[in-house]
Design a protein around this ligand. Structure first.
Ligand SMILES: Nc1nc2c(ncn2[C@@H]2O[C@H](COP(=O)(O)OP(=O)(O)OP(=O)(O)O)[C@@H](O)[C@H]2O)c(=O)[nH]1
Ligand SMILES: [Mg+2]
Length: 288
């Protein structure tokens, strides 16, 4: 799938990242704990070269806890990893000590060359809306970095000092121009990394509904108080794609999305469903 929407500011962000890289000691890469594979930019390996990296699985409060632990264990084989949550402060206090540990060797090298001790320079990178600015505010205990519940909030790069030990560089979220696997695009869209205008919201919601039914059926049924009969009804709509929208009608009925003539506003139902999913209220999910 080729993404026609690769916004200009992301191209600029990429160039800027390459420029800033030489000033930076460590990269803090934020990925989504719900998508430990799909939310990592495949271009980063080329862009960052051999620069030290700490991987943070953020939004772990929204992910399947057991699966997150499994992912951390697996990903640790390639380098340091922490599961965190920037809004609930899970894992936050482990970040600075780990950065200092990772910096020890470089510090010693710099000291040997007579370079005066200076704060560790850390660049925070990751897909849009993953929580880079929120994390920076959490670490500084302030609100210096602008945040928002939609992709594309941070535009320029901004340095923020945590204390005398660490300086953080906030960067705009970056996606890559082409998703080889269309599933990756959908996963990124339902978790909020892609602007809503890019995908047809009803199609996306239907895809998610199907996915939840397959992977977290009890959570789905529990949240929308779906009877066994209603779950089967939703399944039938899967089998008959021409009647698609049926699953959304079910959600719409539960949420009172009515239009004249007693019909269901499936667009509104899709929006509500996606919003409820993103808030983590339906289920704590891991999609990779
Ligand atoms: N549930 C949950 N929400 C989070 C977490 N971290 C960030 N958020 C929310 O995610 C949204 C995006 O956060 P930002 O910090 O603006 O994201 P960003 O990565 O800076 O986004 P861009 O600047 O657009 O690239 C906000 O609504 C945050 O409150 C987390 O760990 N858990
Ligand atoms: Mg930001």
């Amino acid at each position: 799938m080729n993404i026609q929407w690769y916004p200009g500011h992301m191209t600029r962000a990429k160039r800027k990242l390459e420029e800033q890289l030489k000033w930076v000691d460590i990269i803090l890469e934020l990925a989504d704990a719900r998508l430990p594979l799909s939310s990592r930019n495949p271009l980063l390996n080329q862009l960052l070269g051999t620069k030290q990296r700490l991987l943070l699985l953020n939004k772990s409060d929204l992910a399947d806890k057991v699966r997150t632990e499994q992912w951390v264990t697996m990903l640790k084989k390639d380098g340091p990893v922490l599961a965190i949550s920037s809004t609930t402060s899970i894992g936050i206090k482990n970040i600075v000590p780990l950065l200092e540990k990772l910096m020890t060797e470089k510090r010693e090298r710099l000291a040997a060359r007579g370079v005066r001790e200076r704060p560790i320079r850390v660049m925070v990178v990751g897909i849009p809306n993953i929580g880079k600015s929120t994390l920076i505010n959490q670490l500084t205990g302030g609100s210096q970095a602008k945040t928002g519940n939609k992709p594309g909030v941070t535009r320029g790069n901004q340095w923020v000092r945590i204390h005398d030990k660490v300086e953080l560089l906030d960067t705009p979220g970056m996606l890559w121009p082409k998703f080889d696997d269309p599933e990756v695009g959908r996963k990124l869209a339902v978790t909020g990394a892609v602007r809503d205008e890019v995908f047809d919201q009803e199609e996306l919601a239907l895809w998610l509904l199907k996915w939840l039914k397959a992977n977290y059926p009890q959570d789905l049924a529990g949240f929308y108080k779906l009877t066994a009969e209603e779950m089967t009804e939703a399944e039938r709509s899967d089998e008959n794609e021409s009647e698609s929208g049926f699953g959304l009608e079910l959600i719409g009925r539960k949420r009172g999305c009515l239009i004249s003539g007693g019909r269901i506003d499936t667009f509104k139902a899709a929006q509500i469903f996606l919003r409820e999913f993103r808030s983590g209220k339906i289920a704590k999910v891991t999609m990779d």
